[in-house]
Unconditional design. Structure first.
Length: 180
């Protein structure tokens, strides 16, 4: 009597092993995809939090809104979807040139980027020109500003800033400390 496995036994063993391995690999593949999606969502959330923190920090120390560049989705005078917002920097005694914290939402290579830089008011065009800026967040769909009590945004003492991400939004209320 010979000891060993027959060809049929080996084929059945390999078939059962293939079925078990397929189930296990699909389990790992699904978990990997889920982990990847959650990781992307967390990255977007982190980008939104980073952006809102910088916007709030600069807005609180400002004199209010100096310039707004609305997107086409504007719904009313006290609520705006914006592509650019400038918060006026308080001027020191004797300073003539007005400066502002400039936040711009632009699209580069199909990706939305929120950029920040300090700008100087060009009185001939009444816009703030930025000499250099840098990317502070990516993947932001839009920025919305809402004023309280029906005020126009440029006259408001406070605004709600909402950053719209892919599936979520981040928002915060800001009061202008140096509003005149």
């Amino acid at each position: 009597m010979k000891k060993g496995f027959t060809l049929i036994e080996m084929i059945i063993t390999l078939a059962l092993l293939g079925i078990v391995m397929t189930a296990i690999s699909s389990f790992f593949l699904i978990n990997y995809r889920t982990l990847n999606n959650v990781s992307k969502e967390l990255d977007f959330q982190r980008e939104g939090e980073k952006a809102i923190n910088l916007i709030i920090e600069k807005a609180m120390e400002s004199k209010g809104i100096g310039e707004i560049q609305p997107n086409n989705n504007t719904t009313s005078s006290d609520e705006k979807d914006v592509t650019k917002v400038v918060f006026k920097i308080p001027t020191a005694a004797g300073e003539v040139t007005e400066q502002g914290h400039v936040f711009s939402l632009i699209q580069v290579n199909g990706e939305n980027q929120l950029r920040y830089g300090k700008g100087t008011l060009d009185t001939s065009t009444n816009t703030y020109n930025v000499s250099s800026d840098w990317v502070i967040a990516r993947g932001i769909k839009s920025i919305e500003l809402k004023s309280g009590q029906g005020e126009a945004l440029k006259e408001a003492r406070s605004v709600e800033v909402i950053i719209i991400l892919d599936q979520e939004s981040v928002k915060s209320q800001v009061y202008f400390r140096n509003k005149e």
